[in-house]
Design a protein around this ligand. Structure first.
Ligand code: 5AD
Length: 451
């Protein structure tokens, strides 16, 4: 039985794709290897969103075909996912030891291709990055016993691709045009997960709020995405629903109402801001203004006062002046995000922003990154400290990775809580009292709880 090791770079969509590929391979008789060195096949599931992510995967591959190959000459190695899609054959031209390059619409063919490569004793190379109709519906297999945590909380891919064409972003060319699965198909997958013990589902896509735009016309003022939330909410035994990532333009009243109407929809939202300057937002082709973004946050907080709001911000987009950056800082002060992921702008091939004038020098991008990080962390720490002494409901996911005596759960607003727990807590919704905070972590005491 051949064994496979998959290493994943990048976002939750990539994690989900890797899980689906692993589940597919297990179903076809492959074993999951504990380490790269022990594996007959090593696949790197890659990210292209920033240059650093690409370089990491390329260096990893160099390392694999260098040292590991000399010890394990027949090991099959491949790239899959976003960088495989955008670079294709070029990867094999540069790294001739690579056996397989599998694009983002071809994950479901992994077993077939690996069987072929293993049978051929590495004499062939396979590059498949073609588009494939309905590939969005093929990311559906789960590895529920892969780790204890996955059986409590699962991710479900609802769509692929993106039509927004933000000028900085490579995703439209790595993931293709926006394509949605059907509501029935997604609900069937969620039902199956719940019947296997899953209690929380996160719906995944590049822009989930655009789900079903073409296929599901507005129904009672509800978008296709809100119709999907309604349908998933009906599933008995499911306790919590989350989604990522939305686009600010998707926060119509139907979605804001959904937070108020649907008790299983957790009060947490990751809403990518990117910049606080209208001028930069326009150059980025984001389709909203600072004022609109603030209005969304206000509407959400009115509907759900404790809602956790996180964001993504890019610093040093071409043409960003000190004044533009100050506007991002002031917006962060105004919104008081629970957390923000900050990215230094990275030029991506074939994107409009790569050719824009006034590229911002690295030192300035670094300096802005530091300043924004400092502000965001300060605000986040204050917001975490405000939890001390409060009782919160958590869904217990399983033992903590670092300390097996500690269990980890999440609040509805998506904060991680550690507490002294045991196996009987796993999968339970329980109340804990928050006693202290760490870096982006709350420490709880379940002693007050009548479980
Ligand atoms: N440079 C820096 N950050 C980027 N992101 C997307 N493209 C780029 C780029 N070219 C960030 C955005 C997005 C997150 C996933 O990655 O903030 O929301």
């Amino acid at each position: 039985m051949p064994s496979v090791y998959i290493k994943t770079y990048g976002c939750q969509m990539n994690e989900r794709d890797s899980e689906a590929v692993a589940a597919q391979l297990v179903a076809k008789g492959y074993a999951l290897a504990k380490s790269e060195a022990a594996a007959d096949v090593v696949l790197l599931n890659t990210c292209s969103v920033r240059d650093l992510a690409e370089q990491k995967a390329i260096n990893k591959m160099k390392n694999l075909v260098g040292t590991a190959r000399s010890e394990k000459r027949d090991q099959i190695v491949g790239f899959m996912g976003c960088m495989a899609q955008s670079r294709g054959q070029e990867l094999i031209d540069k790294l001739p030891d690579v056996d397989l390059v599998l694009g983002t619409q071809k994950f479901h063919r992994a077993a077939e291709y690996l069987d072929e490569l293993l049978a051929g004793g590495r004499r062939t190379k396979i590059v498949d990055i073609a588009a494939e109709a309905r590939s969005e519906a093929t990311i559906r297999e789960h590895l529920l016993n892969g780790s204890a945590k996955t059986s409590v909380s699962a991710f479900v891919s609802i769509m692929q691709g993106c039509n927004q064409h933000c000028t900085f972003c490579i995703v439209p060319s790595t993931r293709g045009e926006e394509r949605s699965r059907t509501i029935d198909d997604i609900v069937a997958e969620c039902r199956e997960l719940v019947s296997r013990g899953v209690r929380e589902i996160t719906l995944l896509g590049q822009i989930v709020t655009s789900f079903g735009k073409r296929d599901y016309p507005l129904l009672d003022g509800k978008s296709g995405f809100v119709q999907l939330l309604d349908a998933v909410h009906e599933i008995e035994g499911l306790e919590r629903i989350r989604f990522t990532s939305p686009h600010p333009k998707g926060y119509g009243d139907d979605l804001v109402d959904a937070y108020a109407r649907l008790p299983k929809l957790c009060e947490s939202a990751h809403i990518p801001l990117q910049s606080g300057s209208d001028r930069i937002l326009k150059l980025m082709h984001r389709g909203y203004t600072r004022e609109k973004f603030l209005a969304i946050v206000e509407k959400l907080r009115r509907a759900k006062p404790g809602i956790g709001i996180t964001t993504d911000i890019i610093v040093g987009f071409p043409g960003e002046t000190g004044e533009d950056f100050e506007l991002t800082l002031s917006l962060c002060r105004e919104v008081q995000f629970d957390n923000a992921y900050i990215f230094k702008y990275s030029q991506r091939r074939d994107t409009p922003a790569a050719g824009m004038p006034d590229q911002v020098p690295l030192e300035i991008r670094e300096e802005r990154n530091e300043r924004l990080l400092h502000l965001v962390n300060e605000i986040a720490a204050r917001k975490y400290d405000a939890f001390i002494g409060r009782q919160v409901e958590i869904l217990v996911e399983g033992p903590s990775k670092k300390n097996a005596a500690r269990y980890t759960g999440r609040t509805r607003c998506n904060r991680i809580v550690l507490f002294d727990g045991s196996a009987r807590h796993q999968g339970q919704l329980m109340d804990v009292k928050i006693e202290r905070t760490g870096s982006f972590t709350l420490y709880g005491d379940p002693a007050v709880v009548n479980l």
